[in-house]
Design a protein. Sequence first.
Length: 614
Amino acid sequence: MCGIVGYVGSRDAAPILLNGLRRLEYRGYDSAGIAVFDGQRIQIRRAVGKLQGLIDQVAREPVHGHIGIGHTRWATHGEPSVRNAHPHLSQNGQVVVVHNGIVENFLALKDELQAEGFTFRSDTDTEVIVHLIERYLEGHGMGIVEATRRALKHLRGSNAIVVLAATEPDKLVTARLGNAGGITLGFGQDEMFVASDLPAILEHTRQVAFLEPGQMAVVTREGAQVLSLDGEPIPYEITTVPWDPVAAEKGEYRHFMLKEIHEQVRGLTDTIAGRIEPSAARVRFLHLEATPEFARRIPKIFITACGTAYHSGLVGKFYFERLARIPTEVVIASEFRYMDPIVPEGAVVLAISQSGETADTLAAMEEGRRKGATLWAIVNVIGSQAMRMADGYISMQVGPEISVASTKAYTATLADLYMLALYLAELRGTLSEAQRRQLIQDLLTLPDLVGETLQREDQYAAIARRFVRAQNMFYLGRGINMPTAYEGALKLKEIAYVHAEGYPAGEMKHGPIALLDENFPVLALAPRDPWYEKMISQVEQSRARGAPTLAVATDGDDRAASLADAVLWVPETPWLLSPVTSVIPLQLFAYHIATERGLDVDQPRNLAKSVTVE
Ligand code: M6R
């Protein structure tokens, strides 16, 4: 979950590292640090809290050199503090390490190293790595590459590291063990970059290579050599990433989240473009193909994902079952491998992940693989592990999503799932050409409808101000908009710290309605979909119990207007696509409540963008 960056070249390393960390802060903001070799020795600067603390410290105590590493931390072992901040230095001061992941056997290794005389200065699991490297460097007279390779052999769990040694200050050594976060190598002109995520290096280069789990690399300013953990050279491919570096900037917006909400028109346009052939009523994907025989024999699709991506999967179930008539089960990724899933022959496991690095989602994919399923993925981050593990993937066309709260990746995924269902429907013959043509026409209207919805931001913000003091909220939905309720509630929880529960509306009378009173607002998802009548009656029931009521409703809906205390209006939308337009007022509602409360929307407390540990 932490962010890692490394640089070697002819420029001053510190500003490059700090800038890289600025773009990685969404990975964790408990502390940050850099280490630079200044020609004599390794200089470390570390600060607790957000990156600005480190930037201020480096301004007070500058550090200069042409090679260095940096880290922004999401604490797992040891509280957020300077002593636990990375980089961690070896006892002899010759080696420094940044790390992402968890060393599962660190207690045993710590005991072993302490018995050998190593003194620990932090509570982190990372420190065992740097002491192990020192052990091989000092005790066995090895070079840094071999010492790191030997040290890695002791580690259990998923880990990614970058190592710098004062004894060989022309190189960085990096490695990836398991799925805990990727390592990207960036190729510049006589300079090289290492990073956990692309945004950290995009402004310098778009020529990149990705380490696979179980690989390490020796990085000098001339390039990189990739090795297996047995030290064997491995050929690798350099690819050009299509992302525009400007996409990773906030621009005129106050927060990345707001920018990304407004990028949804563009995201949906790019998602649909190139995949639809309206004249032929066909959908095609570049990296995901199936034969009619394969598609007809799919007995079941498992969709597996976490958080917002999981909510999109719940909508996907509707699409696959209604349009392609494929039984679909949506499973929270952290549960998938523990439920011993019954995976019939020919089944597909479809993973959804913006980052493509979520540890639980990757583990669910592995479980699917073990059980013989075909693996498909919908992912945003290019070169991510999920993308590379999958037999076929759909690449979201939304550019980097920086805000911890996912928005544009959600709506793009809904469009991807809709198109995938249409694709399978064609292969399986479950929809006529006329039906597919109509559904495609509906999809083509979506970017404009989303644009129209976004223009109502001021109305949504005004309603948000009225509910800014709410401590609790129910978000109720039914049918295809039940996941919209879950997603809206998650947004409010994670950025505004309001206890919000997404709940199936029909379940209220089986218990939760007892909670309602004048301090417990109820937001009902009531766009014009097949569950509209039920949702309107839900508004009535909530009102009858004295709860303030809000509704997401379609323009011109007089009943919603007369019943609810506040209406978040959305334009008339084909009902299968109503989860896309209906979620937008909820994203903006949460955003404006959070900003009214003075909260840090892009970096909510305790969270990190990519959850690369279990
Ligand atoms: O990168 P992923 O899509 O796999 O991430 C999954 C969740 O961690 C993510 O959606 C999380 O719930 C977001 N913070 C929600 O806004």
